[in-house]
Design a protein around this ligand. Structure first.
Ligand SMILES: [Zn+2]
Length: 305
């Protein structure tokens, strides 16, 4: 009887963790808008590589159980005269095999699109035309396409290097790829929009990576500044959908525990992005899996400058 009561109580607690709830965030100071001088020819395009289905209720607190969300798996191509970059690589040629490496309960229906490597080919680009790929973190749905990008350096921080080298389940797929060439960078720059450290990839402020741990220890946010002065914050999985930032709403408690998130870090980083966006409206925040947010970045061959 006690066991049944405990199980019922646990079920109620778990169920309530999906309900809408006010998310109290701190009000951080994001400081001055960091300077940037992007070259005139710089541009960005999105490369949608597929989607996977999940219920809205599993992506943010207050999402409907009856609503299916098609989570984007999209790479962002940055064309820059010093070197072209991809942020995330989406679903690759071998995505079917990659999905099979997941525990059964984590697999959801997915739709294959065109892998990034094929979309690059359609643009007349080869893998060797990329200076690097920047994973927002090493979960399968962000790095599946890395396997197709032979000899393209995978740019990772020292934290990410440790995480990938560990026996963490989350980074197992990336670790399993043969012939991966990791290129380590340091967060050697100062604070950036409230994030404590930063790495300016090309030294002109156009592509700046900041550590944003919480979803995983190796999570980063990539800030992009275009010649038009438009700015983007590619959030990775800090939130799964825009509601995470806009409402704001965190992921349901049960999802956070399954993922192993650090709640206080995620909340602080959500607060920073909200504060940065409020103070500097030229910043558009894009969660990696929100297809609606990606409407702001044209699909290749179209590009935004
Ligand atoms: Zn993801």
């Amino acid at each position: 009887m006690v066991l049944i009561a405990c199980m019922a109580a646990a079920f109620v607690v778990a169920w309530q963790s999906f309900a809408p709830a006010a998310l109290k965030l701190d009000d951080p100071d994001v400081g001055m808008l960091p300077p940037a001088s992007p070259p005139a020819s710089m541009s960005i395009s999105s490369l949608p590589t597929g989607t996977y289905e999940t219920m809205a209720a599993l992506t943010f607190r207050g999402g409907a159980w009856s609503e299916t969300r098609h989570l984007a798996m999209t790479a962002v191509l940055i064309r820059h005269p010093k070197g072209n970059l991809l942020v995330d690589a989406g679903a690759g040629t071998h995505v079917d095999a990659h999905v099979l490496t997941l525990p059964a309960m984590q697999r959801t229906p997915y739709r294959r699109g065109t892998p990034a490597i094929a979309q690059l080919a359609a643009l007349g680009m080869k893998a060797s035309d990329l200076a690097g790929v920047i994973p927002t973190h090493s979960h399968w749905d962000h790095i599946s396409g890395v396997q197709d990008l032979q000899n393209v350096p995978v740019l990772i921080s020292d934290q990410a290097k440790r995480f990938i080298a560990s026996d963490a389940e989350d980074s197992k797929l990336l670790r399993s790829f043969p012939n991966i060439q990791f290129k380590e960078y340091a967060f050697d720059g100062g604070p950036y929009l409230g994030f404590p450290r930063s790495h300016d990839v090309w030294g002109d402020g156009s592509v700046v990576i900041v550590p944003a741990p919480g979803h995983t220890p190796d999570s980063v946010v990539v800030f992009i500044t275009l010649p038009s002065a438009k700015r983007f914050a590619l959030l990775g999985d800090l939130v799964f959908q825009m509601e995470g930032i806009d409402r704001p709403a965190e992921k349901p408690w049960m999802m956070r525990r399954l993922i192993g998130e650090q709640d206080s870090e995620v909340r602080h980083n959500i607060a920073l992005i909200r504060a940065a966006r409020e103070k500097y409206p030229q910043i558009t925040a894009i969660p990696a899996h929100d297809g609606r947010a990606f409407d702001a970045i044209p699909v290749a061959p179209f590009a935004l400058q």
